[in-house]
Design a protein. Structure first.
Length: 86
């Protein structure tokens, strides 16, 4: 929504639902029994993986070696964080 506002010239009111949804997401993270930062870090790894799958399947763009290496680093970090708090 900020993209539509900043780049496409749509109304600045589009930022309001984006900010509310981000705030709600951050609040929901605090409800998890683990520290919310760890949950968010684990979520970030899944987000990166999903974005690359979207890039390949939906956008039909081939993944580069750098995409794969970057994803491996992110997912490795996510696994370390996820299993480190148990």
């Amino acid at each position: 929504m900020p993209y539509l506002w900043l780049v496409r010239g749509h109304s600045a009111w589009l930022v309001v639902p984006a900010a509310v949804s981000l705030g709600l997401f951050a609040y929901l993270l605090t409800l998890h029994p683990a520290e919310s930062g760890r949950v968010y870090a684990a979520y970030g790894g899944i987000y990166v993986l999903t974005a690359l799958i979207w890039l390949r399947v939906v956008d039909k763009s081939p993944l580069s070696l750098y995409d794969l290496i970057g994803a491996a680093f992110v997912l490795t970090g996510m696994v370390i964080i996820a299993y480190g708090w148990k």
